[in-house]
Design a protein around this ligand. Structure first.
Ligand code: KG4
Ligand code: ZN
Length: 815
């Protein structure tokens, strides 16, 4: 048997493990009779084919075929390297195979430079992407194949090769003589390049977010990565994204060394083979890069060494994994020389285990439900469609463009250097499509969003934000804006729900003579008042706009024109200040007004909203989870107050006027209907019948000019009191029913009508009698205001920010 020599370099893309020779030698098959019996069958078969088969095959062919046959039975990662392939490998390694450092491609039958490698002989000589290589060593390249061209360009390091090159844009070819070098393929890449063509490792300099892409795990990868990390640390590294998408793996030793850079201690990985003892690698603390959050990007083509790195950092909670489930290659291959090195076996000899013990390897019969590969962390599984996958490759290639800085300052564009063909990956390898007309630039979709990268960035940002508030006690301040109906309001509130400033500009005087809100007048008034109201709130808070950390706006429900004024202002501020935009549901905010004055958490609760536009009951499990239980099917309670007040000649807004008039009246003077009680209507309300009943108490059927009527003062007082009593009775009884049905014991009440003293008294005595907890917003927070918009802080904490697509959702909420 041949000696087992290992040459990891040859493997390139399979994980290798240096196996002690002594141990490996024990792997020779057992010396027993059965073994020789079986072996004889194989020898006899070869002998029969050799002597008697109808066609003449060389012995070499037969033996090669026999070996191929055996290996076919094994996993897809085990293979036979024939003497022919072996020669190629050998040349590559032993002769320090040199090149000039370009990627080439065929375009319209011409040999062209796809990309120079930064720093290579070709790069230094000024070869650029798109250059046409007319001849190599005086021989025309017309009709040449890529393979032949590669053969002619490569050669021993230190030897020369002369090319005739026509630069794109010029007509005369230029002769260039280049000295071949050993060109190391870059495996550590950044997001974009600096003017010097070196990588800029920072993705976002302001926050100190680094981005490093590993395309393979080669001998140089770990040291190159260390250099990049040192540069990043000098520039103020606060968070790191490592992109392993499409990385097919490489050397086990490289993966281990890189894991060790990020964890202080504990298991990195262990391997176990049939004939090799279990080996475990532990992290050592010197040289660890720590103290910053990390995210690792993977996709379905991230394999072997990529899986070791992502699994290790995930198991140690050092990084979160973002993207897709990885390839699932949990095995280690050795290259074992045969016949003294004439041929070789690439053989799977061991499997590896991640620290958590979860299985990585995807066996041929594995299903989606089985455990294999590395799964992204919860909420970070983001699958790409085939088109997204293609766009990712194309846009990455564009980002990797090497800008040529010639002596005359000319600029040219070169394309990405790709490390090599990848084992599992079958993506575009940079070679031209058969259709030479289509250039890649045209295919790039400039609107493509790398959702996986965005999620990683978001994660790092949230970690940095969290750290900042823990470490530096930064309490975020939000500006809230309210313009849903006829009040223009703004407030500045901090995360602890402390109100730093609050302003409300009412428009009552503008709508008074119409005894109701006129939408067009309301929106015009908002336009005039919104900026002064914001300014006044900031002034009260003693801060400038620059000190605002988020902007929140009520975008539903309400009058369309009014809502738009607030939304536009909020969007403009969000963009100008570069702070998050948050949405406020005006009805939910009315309930949250209770939280603003409560000393304890008011959730979960039944929420009763009684305002000018709404009368609704909600089940409020928490500030982000409201379920509608019932709502008015016609008029809202406040609207009924306003209409009845108008009929009684009491002015606008009607609520406070009726409350005042009712003080002198007898609530039992008139019997008025209470709709939808006694079982019908569930938790819904109806107030239009009550309003009509009052109308007929005032005057008999027929046309009535209410402002011409002269009602007795005590009659007005009695009608106001009886009406108010009916509304209060219905609201109190429906609230009681909602509490009973929802089995909740807390009632929160908000909205303009909740300012009504009779309602407050009734609800207070009901709660006392039933033993329920009652929270009614303080009167100043019952009618529309921006303080109740503090509910947006809950969304800010939950990361529920809005894009600039945020729209208004006008109109009342009705059943
Ligand atoms: O919540 P709000 O300010 O605006 C809307 O979101 O609709 O509520 C305004 C309504 C008006 O209909 C007003 O008449 C009523 O609340 N309102 C009152 C009282 N104060 C305001 N209704 C009864 N009694 C009050 N004291
Ligand atoms: Zn309101």
């Amino acid at each position: 048997m041949a000696r087992h020599a290992l040459f990891a370099l040859l493997l390139g893309l399979g994980v290798t493990l240096a196996m002690p020779a002594g141990v490996a030698d024990q792997g020779v098959a057992p010396n027993n009779d059965e073994y020789y019996e079986l072996y004889k069958v194989l020898v006899d078969t070869i002998d029969q084919v050799d002597r008697n088969y109808v066609q003449n095959l060389s012995r070499r062919e037969i033996v090669d075929a026999a070996i191929q046959g055996i290996l076919e039975k094994l996993d897809p990662y085990s293979s036979y390297i024939s003497p022919e392939e072996m020669t190629r490998f050998r040349d590559d390694v032993e002769h320090k195979f040199g090149g000039i450092g370009i990627q080439i491609s065929m375009e319209n039958g011409r040999l062209v430079v796809l990309s120079p490698l930064v720093g290579s002989p070709a790069y230094r000589a000024g070869l650029r992407a798109g250059d046409h290589i007319v001849s190599i060593e005086g021989e025309s390249t017309e009709g040449i194949t890529i393979d032949d061209a590669v053969k002619q360009l490569k050669g021993d390091a230190g030897t020369d090769v002369t090319l005739s090159v026509r630069h794109s844009g010029s007509s005369d070819p230029e002769e260039v003589t280049l000295t071949r070098e050993v060109v190391a393929v870059e495996t550590v890449l950044g997001d974009s390049r600096k003017p010097s063509d070196d990588w800029d490792w920072m993705l976002d300099r302001e926050s100190g977010m680094g981005y490093i892409r590993l395309t393979a795990f080669s001998r140089e990868t770990a040291s190159d990565l260390r250099r990049a990390l040192n540069e990043l640390e000098d520039e103020g590294l606060n968070g790191l994204i490592i992109d392993l998408r499409f990385n097919p793996g490489g050397l086990l030793t490289s993966a281990i060394e890189i894991c060790d850079m990020f964890i202080e201690e504990g298991r990195i990985v262990s391997t176990q083979g049939r004939n090799t003892p279990e080996r475990t690698w532990e992290a050592k603390s010197p040289g660890t890069y720590s103290g910053f959050p990390m995210a690792i990007l993977v996709n379905r083509y991230s394999a072997s060494a990529s899986e070791i790195l992502s699994a290790c950092l995930q198991d140690h909670d050092r990084a979160i994994v973002v993207g897709e489930r990885t390839w699932g290659k949990g095995s280690v291959q050795n290259v074992v020389e045969l016949e003294g090195g004439t041929s070789a076996l690439k053989l799977t000899t061991a499997s590896y285990q991640r620290p958590s013990g979860h299985n990585i390897h995807r066996f041929p019969d594995a299903t989606e439900d089985d455990e294999w590969g590395v799964m992204p962390n919860d909420d970070y599984l983001i699958k790409f469609s085939p088109e997204e996958m293609r766009q990712l490759v194309l846009t990455r290639r564009d980002r990797d463009i090497v800008v040529y800085h010639g002596e005359e300052g000319e600029e040219a564009v070169a394309e990405e250097e790709e490390s090599s063909d990848t084992e599992p990956s079958d993506t575009d390898d940079g070679e031209d499509s058969e259709d030479g007309e289509v250039t890649e630039e045209e295919e790039v979709d400039i609107t493509f969003v790398d959702r996986q990268l965005e999620a990683a960035v978001e994660y790092i940002r949230s970690q940095l934000a969290g750290e900042a508030s823990d470490d530096d006690f930064v309490i975020r301040r939000i500006l809230t804006i309210e313009s849903t109906c006829d009040e223009t309001a703004a407030a500045v509130i901090n995360e602890r729900l402390e109100v730093l400033g609050a302003t409300v500009a009412t428009q009552h005087e503008l709508h008074e003579r119409f005894t109701g809100v006129v939408p067009e007048i309301a929106s015009r008034a908002h336009v005039e008042r919104i900026l002064p109201v914001i300014d006044e709130s900031l002034r009260q808070a003693g801060i400038t706009l620059a000190e605002i950390d988020a902007v929140a706006v009520a975008n539903t429900p309400g009058l369309a024109g009014s809502l738009l004024v607030g939304l536009s202002a909020a969007k403009a501020l969000s963009v100008a200040l570069d702070v998050p935009l948050l949405a406020i549901n005006h009805l939910q905010a009315h309930i949250y007004a209770c939280q603003m004055s409560a000393s304890e958490n008011v959730f979960p609760c039944v929420g009763l909203i009684v305002s000018g536009g709404h009368t609704s009951l909600y089940r409020c499990d928490d500030p982000l989870d409201f379920t509608l239980l019932g709502a008015t099917i016609d008029d809202a309670a406040g609207e009924a107050f306003d209409k009845v007040a108008s009929m009684l000649g009491l002015g606008y807004p009607g609520g406070p006027a009726i409350e005042k008039a009712a003080q002198a009246g007898d609530p039992k003077a008139y019997r008025l209907p209470r709709a939808m009680l006694n079982g019908e209507g569930g938790l819904d309300f109806s107030f239009s019948g009550l309003k009509t009943a009052v109308r007929y108490k005032i005057a008999p059927p027929g046309n009535v000019e209410f402002n011409q009527l002269s009602l007795e003062a005590n009659e007005v007082a009695n009608l106001a009191a009886s009406f108010q009593e009916a509304v209060v009775d219905v609201l109190a009884r429906k609230a009681k029913k909602a509490l009973k049905e929802s089995k909740l014991t807390t009632l929160c009440v908000g909205g303009g009508v909740a300012a009504n003293a009779a309602l407050r008294q009734r609800l207070t005595s009901d709660a006392k009698a039933a033993g329920h907890t009652l929270h009614i917003a303080p009167p100043s927070l019952c009618t529309d205001n921006a303080v109740m918009g503090a509910i947006a802080i809950e969304r800010l904490k939950g990361g529920m920010t809005e894009s600039l697509e945020l729209d208004i959702v006008p109109g009342p909420v009705r059943r």
